[in-house]
Design a binder for this molecule. Structure first.
Ligand SMILES: Cc1cc2nc3c(=O)[nH]c(=O)nc-3n(C[C@H](O)[C@H](O)[C@H](O)COP(=O)(O)O)c2cc1C
Length: 180
């Protein structure tokens, strides 16, 4: 079983800490796992050319922009489980993660059937961020596997929070049981 997590925070903050915990828990549970840190990647904005739509639902997954997405597409396609993590910005997803989602246009029909979960961190309230992720999962026909949310402001403020650690552990257990 393979997990691919994507972190949409521009800093080494709470979202990244939670995804790294999830990664460690997955690996110790026998799940192959990797994390894409968008803050370290060259991922340009979608140009909206829609050349990727050629072929409809059977599109070949080709984007006219050549950047780090070329290496990330196969990682998403090979995963059985996908987790997107985001800081909450103006009660929505971060721009970094939204742009990444837009750039999945060449492959999103092929994500059908995968399990998908969300992580979101806000200072005061999660707003629509988890609903934004549920909408994406629904459009792609992925199975919603749950979410973990936290309230924090300073980087890594959630580090060591036993309640959050317990919720992340339950999410990973759910992955394992969903795969039988
Ligand atoms: C541009 C911007 C917008 C934000 N908007 C919200 C918001 O609408 N609601 C909220 O509770 N926190 C908001 N925050 C606070 C962040 O969600 C909070 O600092 C969180 O810990 C960031 O996650 P990270 O540590 O993973 O980067 C905002 C922060 C920034 C930089």
């Amino acid at each position: 079983m393979k997990l691919c997590s994507v972190c949409g925070s521009p800093r080494n903050g709470n979202t990244e800490w939670m995804l790294k915990q999830l990664h460690a828990m997955a690996v110790s549970g026998g799940i192959t796992s990797d994390i894409v840190l968008l803050r370290k990647r060259d991922i340009k904005a979608c140009r909206g050319c829609l050349t990727c739509e050629k072929g409809g639902k059977n599109r070949k997954g080709i984007c006219s922009i050549k950047d780090d997405m070329q290496e990330i597409y196969p990682r998403l396609l090979e995963a059985d489980l996908i987790v997107f993590g985001t800081p909450v910005y103006f009660e929505m997803l971060s721009g970094l993660l939204k742009n990444f989602i837009d750039r999945t246009c060449p492959i999103w029909p092929s994500l059908e059937g995968k399990s998908f979960a969300g992580i979101a961190v806000a200072e005061e309230g999660i707003g629509s961020a988890i609903d934004n992720l549920k909408t994406y999962a629904s459009i792609c026909n992925m199975k919603w596997a749950g979410s973990v949310t936290a309230l924090a402001k300073k980087p890594r403020q959630v580090a060591g929070d036993e309640k959050i650690i317990g919720q992340l552990r339950r999410l990973v257990s759910g992955f394992k049981s969903s795969a039988g």
